[in-house]
Ligand binder design. Sequence first.
Ligand SMILES: [Zn+2]
Length: 135
Amino acid sequence: MFWKKRRVAETGFVHWRIKKRCLEMILESSKSTYPNEFGALLRARDNLITEVILLPGTVEGDRHAIFNFAMLPIDYSIVGTVHSHPSGNPTPSDADLQLFSKRGKVHIIVAMPFDEYSWRGYDGHGNSIDIEVVE
Ligand SMILES: [Zn+2]
């Protein structure tokens, strides 16, 4: 089994999953923050996203959530970011792509109407990736 794991690591392929209740929390927060943008960090264990962490100093505005990474302790269980797009378009903006490349390996954008179909996962390069929802 060991060689198999190594091979996966070498090809760089990571199968990301997210807990259903964590995704629901993200969607609910995005709805309640609307028309402003919701932003938070993602915490994972073994590539399973289990928790969202609200950053002190995260500024919610009508254009983009500003992530204050200076407030963040070094914590390797934090794997990426999530934020909402009140516009309804889940495509990352130029600012998002910069953010993705700076910090984290997995990023989520949730767009209006913030339901189970209106979110997308991205890697650090802004490529769309599949994130499996698990119970
Ligand atoms: Zn954005």
